[in-house]
Design a protein around this ligand. Structure first.
Ligand code: DHB
Ligand code: FE
Length: 284
């Protein structure tokens, strides 16, 4: 039986990839952010997940404003990173697990979600930066990937409720999968940030705290807001918290917070990292 071991949530600011490439992890600017990761590395070494379901948003690499799926699920044998202009060059490919991708697609469609199914898919910094953070320096990544892209870019965005429910449907698919994969779910992006316009540089510590306090024990608390409220409260890119909500939705049963780190700013972003562990195997 496959098992969902836990969820890892992290900002995916492209500059983090640049800092890794230059070995700046101990630089005073970066250290408070990178210091959130050694406990997560130890957890990964102990739990040894072999696959990662990643909820993230594509920033114009694979989907642009002319064609923007609300939800897209990768079902490729392999994924590659390409740079969208940040100067990032990640070489390690991401092995896929198409049989499981199709199982997830079938399960969520049966539950009335309508994802775009991608047998070819490029992944951007929102997948590659978290993988570099979690598995630095290995020859190849020790996990296979199912990428699930949520539109947080082109309005209208899916609602927080819809994203949590998508995650729940994916979680059901994972728990009904007959393989013996050891699964970690990832939610990438956030927390509050806005890159453009009059509010460029906007950060909302109080709302971030609310998200960090509730995402584990009470994710429904975030459902009092709609997606436009999230723009107002978290900034136009802070809506990436939708990815965190979906990843949280995939985790069922008792969830325990093991690690959390919050640091302002990394680039324009209130950077946050969190590790939640699933405590009980939950029946499908
Ligand atoms: C930044 C943050 C993001 O989430 C992103 O996708 C790109 C840039 C930033 O703060 O620089
Ligand atoms: Fe982003």
């Amino acid at each position: 039986m496959s098992e969902i071991l836990g969820g890892i949530f992290t900002s995916h600011v492209p500059g983090i990839g640049g800092a890794i490439a230059k070995g700046l992890q101990n630089d005073p600017y970066w250290k408070p952010f990178f210091d959130g990761f050694p406990p997560i590395h130890r957890w990964l070494a102990r739990k040894r997940p072999d696959m990662a379901v990643v909820f993230y948003n594509d920033h114009g690499l694979n989907f642009f404003l002319d064609k923007m799926p609300t939800f897209a699920i990768g079902a490729a044998r392999e994924y590659r990173h390409e740079d969208e202009g940040w100067g990032l060059s990640f070489q390690r490919p991401f092995a896929g697990i198409p049989e499981l991708s199709w199982h997830i697609i079938k399960t969520v469609v049966a539950r009335e979600f309508d994802p775009v199914m991608c047998q070819e898919m490029l992944v951007d910094h929102a997948v590659a930066v978290p993988f570099e953070l979690l598995w630095p320096g290995t020859e190849s990544f020790p996990v296979r990937l199912v990428p699930i892209a949520i539109n947080t870019v082109q309005h209208p965005l899916p609602s927080p409720k819809r994203c949590l429910e998508l995650g729940r449907a994916v979680g059901r698919a994972l728990r009904s999968w007959q393989g013996d994969e050891r699964i970690v779910v990832l939610g990438t992006g956030g927390l509050s940030h806005q890159l453009e316009g009059q509010r460029a540089g906007f950060i909302n510590k109080e709302f971030d705290r609310f998200c960090l306090d509730n995402i584990g024990p009470n994710p429904e608390a975030l459902l009092q807001y709609d997606s436009l409220d999230l723009v107002e409260l978290a900034g136009s890119q802070g809506v990436e918290i939708l990815n965190w909500l979906a990843a949280r939705g995939a985790m069922a049963g008792e969830v325990v917070e093991l690690e959390s780190n919050y640091h302002i700013p990394i680039s324009n972003t209130a950077a946050a990292t969190m590790l939640l562990e699933c405590r009980e195997p939950v029946p499908a």
